[in-house]
Design a protein around this ligand. Structure first.
Ligand SMILES: [Zn+2]
Length: 384
């Protein structure tokens, strides 16, 4: 059950310790770690272990339903919204007051505790300060600094680290039956992000998309190429984001129609229109956010390529797979990395990395994606 948490022995020991010894138990936990370190897996495994009569066998009904997120006493809150609002948190606070229906604990997992704002955070804080005896809050966030200090100070902190690349590769080989060579490549490429590594290993299209993004580095020869490439990149991101959100949007909409007792496809009575409007606005925000996430990942990939180029230029890596020095992130693109390294200077590489960093900052600050990406692409072109 804890196997997915590769390289997290210290954190797992703390959580298992609390399961085994009730005096080590706390009502509010804060699990932090970089994306892909397994925060939400750790939270679910912890919930299962707390409910399992054998302390986390991984096989009984309590364990399997808790891990799947269907256990009646485990509430897992995951959001794609940018902010967790007061109205999102209030039902959880009420739920926390109720005793567990069958299990030993009522466990509420908030996967994105970094998205609480001042108002919703304060609502949660009151619930954490006076917890009913059998309620456990498990909050997850990228780092403790991302969570309101008042909440942080009342929670017990467990920190997950970035797992070693070879441990991620081994997990993919042993649990998912991935070919060792591919497992090694995707573990490097994802920079130890387990979920991403698994997706890259399973989905050839995801690998192809990543390669297309990295190919920009070679494709851009001048300003016109740069402008075209930027347009392509933004379009691909839009398509990917749309694919990720479309189905769920439609489901939410028909659920709303049913809840309002209205028929889909027919105009809503004026009094109910504001409900639909606010759902549509939320969905639009989510789509924008999904697109930015996809673009940001593309830029992180590009950044990793130039990081590899710089390592070769500085002689810190010989750019060969399993060769001398620091490993490349993009093992499969070693040839391209060596060519780029030979065709430019370390100063140019650093300037390109800066341009990518600037574009990421501008995207995060809500600059129109095409503008930010175009400026970046132009800065990536070869310069005399
Ligand atoms: Zn069990």
């Amino acid at each position: 059950m804890w196997d997915d948490l590769v390289g997290q022995d210290a954190a797992v020991a703390v959580l298992r310790g609390a399961v085994a010894d009730p005096s080590a138990m706390t009502h509010a936990w804060l699990l932090t770690g970089p994306p892909g370190s397994g925060r939400s897996n750790a939270a679910r495994a912890f919930a299962a272990a707390l409910l399992c009569p054998r302390g986390g066998c991984g096989e009984c009904h309590e364990c399997t339903t808790a891990l799947a997120g269907t256990h009646a006493d485990v509430e897992v809150v995951a959001t794609e919204a940018t902010i967790l609002r007061r109205q999102d948190v209030e039902p959880l606070v009420q739920l926390a007051q109720r005793s567990p229906s069958g299990g030993r604990w009522r466990i509420i997992v908030i996967e994105d505790a970094d998205r609480l704002n001042e108002t919703s955070g304060n609502v949660l804080l009151k619930a954490i300060e006076e917890p009913p005896p059998r309620t456990v809050w498990v909050l997850c966030a990228p780092s403790p600094q991302d969570v309101l200090v008042t909440i942080r100070s009342r929670s017990r902190s467990v920190v997950l680290r970035v797992p070693p690349v070879d441990a991620v590769a081994r997990l993919l080989v042993e649990r998912d039956g991935v070919e060792p060579e591919l497992a090694d490549a995707v573990a490097h490429a994802s920079q130890s992000h387990i979920g991403l590594a698994r997706r890259l290993a399973r989905d050839p299209e995801a690998r192809a998309r990543r390669r297309e993004v990295l190919d920009l580095a070679r494709r851009i020869r001048g300003v016109p190429d740069a402008v075209l490439a930027a347009g392509d990149l933004v379009e691909v991101a839009q398509a990917e984001a749309r694919a990720a959100t479309e189905e769920r949007d439609a489901e939410e909409k028909s659920r709303l129609y049913r809840a309002l007792g209205a028929e889909e496809g027919k105009p809503l009575p004026p009094a109910l229109r504001s409900q639909l409007k606010s759902l549509e606005e939320e969905q639009k925000r989510r789509a924008t956010r999904a697109q930015r996430d996809v673009l940001d990942r593309a830029m992180t990939d590009l950044l990793s390529l130039y990081r590899d180029v710089l390592l070769v230029q500085l002689g810190a890596s010989d750019g060969a797979s399993g060769g001398r020095g620091i490993d490349l992130v993009n093992v499969e693109l070693a040839d391209a990395v060596r060519t780029l390294a030979a065709d430019s200077t370390p100063e140019q590489t650093l300037r390109r990395m800066d341009a990518i960093g600037t574009a990421r900052e501008r995207l995060a600050a809500n600059v129109a994606p095409l503008l930010a990406v175009e400026a970046m692409a132009v800065a990536l072109r070869p310069q005399g």
